[in-house]
Design a protein around this ligand. Structure first.
Ligand code: M6R
Length: 366
């Protein structure tokens, strides 16, 4: 059932070219230059008139929510708030009847997210679910939604569900933006074209698996890791750090790269591995200067760069290069090497990657 792979996690990482194609199937049509998402079309007026969108989720799904916020605000110009379901449900959150609340959950069974959905529903908001498990509790309790179609995810560390969530959120942001006229036709077409190429580009990145496995061995000594990114890549840094914590038991923190100088830079020494997402699409020069600050303090730099990069490559101890794409789509590519890095470090450390200690696949208790 692991399809010849040693663990479900690595099988699921390698499935991503296919799962993302499945997420887009019948939705992204490059020949007609179009995206159709039934969940959006059925509720078009609600999305076009929304004054605010609140996204509620936990863990990895909360990270995809943050990427969704960047895309919805950029393309659809609707303010988005991203909430941890556990905080949202126990505060006295302000929820209006004309708010849209999007609940993101792989399992569709996360207790706090389900409770957040029920709370928002009782306040009259329109609830839209983005879930993977068909027929699970959250989709049954929302007004509408969109399945991610990533297929069953068995590994406790979420991988293919994350990239499928980001894909659905991106398609949703593009559809709202196109209909509202806040996303130009030219940009819309460029992103549709590039989105359709993401599965094949992930296939190219996966070919670097053995290189990543090789240098992962160097880092098993580490007690701590820092992950940095800016813009769309900031949530990817958070997600990379979560993957490493969950399965390798190495403490890791993700930060927006520019926050380093407000405190965490004090942690940098030659012992500290720092993973930086430094792709050409997305504040490249700014990230380069953040890397120089780390280099000056002798941090060990592992960079995710765009193919052909020279500047960051020269500053880094290890690089993983990924194909170029539109800025909003970089997370779909940059997440892959971070999943592989966490996986290989955990494997070399002898950890049980599919069943990490203290964790369950779906958190149905609060
Ligand atoms: O099923 P959900 O997406 O609602 O689960 C949310 C989190 O429990 C989940 O993403 C968790 O953080 C994963 N173990 C991350 O790899």
């Amino acid at each position: 059932e692991k399809g010849g792979y040693p663990h479900f996690m690595i099988k699921e990482i390698f499935e991503q070219p296919k799962t993302l194609a499945d997420s887009m199937r019948g939705r992204v049509n490059v020949d007609e230059n179009n995206i159709t998402l039934a969940g959006f079309i059925d509720n078009k007026e609600k999305f076009l008139n929304a004054k605010r969108i609140i996204i509620t989720a936990c863990g990895t799904s909360w990270h995809s929510a943050l990427i969704g916020k960047y895309a919805i605000e950029e393309f659809a110009r609707i303010p988005v708030e991203v909430e941890y379901s556990s905080e949202f449900r126990y505060r006295k959150p302000v929820i209006h009847e004309d708010d849209i609340v999007i609940a993101i959950s792989q399992s569709g069974e996360t207790a706090d997210t389900l409770a957040a959905v029920e709370l928002a529903k009782s306040k009259g908001a329109f609830i839209f679910g983005i879930c993977n498990v068909v027929g699970s509790s959250i989709p049954r309790n929302t007004h509408s939604g969109c399945y991610t179609h990533a297929g069953p995810e068995i590994g406790v560390a979420s991988t293919k569900a994350f990239t499928a969530q980001v894909t659905v959120l991106t398609m949703l942001a593009m559809m709202i933006g196109k209909e509202k006229g806040t996303l130009s036709q030219e940009d819309y077409l460029k992103i549709v074209y590039e989105l359709a190429r993401i599965p094949e580009k992930i296939g190219v990145i996966l070919k670097q698996d053995s290189t990543i496995a090789e240098f992962a061995k160097t880092f098993t000594y580490a007690q701590n890791f820092i992950y940095l990114g800016r813009g769309y890549n900031f949530p990817v840094a958070l997600e990379g750090a979560l993957k490493l914590k969950e399965i390798s038991y190495i403490h890791a923190e993700g930060y927006p790269a520019a926050e380093m100088k407000h405190g965490p830079i004090a942690l940098i020494s030659q012992e500290m591995p720092v993973v930086v997402i430094a792709t050409s699409a997305g504040m490249y020069e700014k990230v380069v200067s953040n890397i120089q600050e780390i280099k000056a303090r002798k941090g060990r730099i592992i960079s995710i760069v765009t193919d052909g990069d020279e500047v960051v490559s020269n500053l880094s101890d290890h690089i993983i290069s990924i194909p170029d794409t539109e800025e909003c789509l970089v997370p779909l590519l940059a997440a892959i090497p971070l999943q592989l890095l966490a996986y290989h470090i955990a494997v070399v450390k002898g950890c049980d990657v599919d069943q990490p200690r203290n964790l369950a696949k779906s958190v149905t208790v609060e």
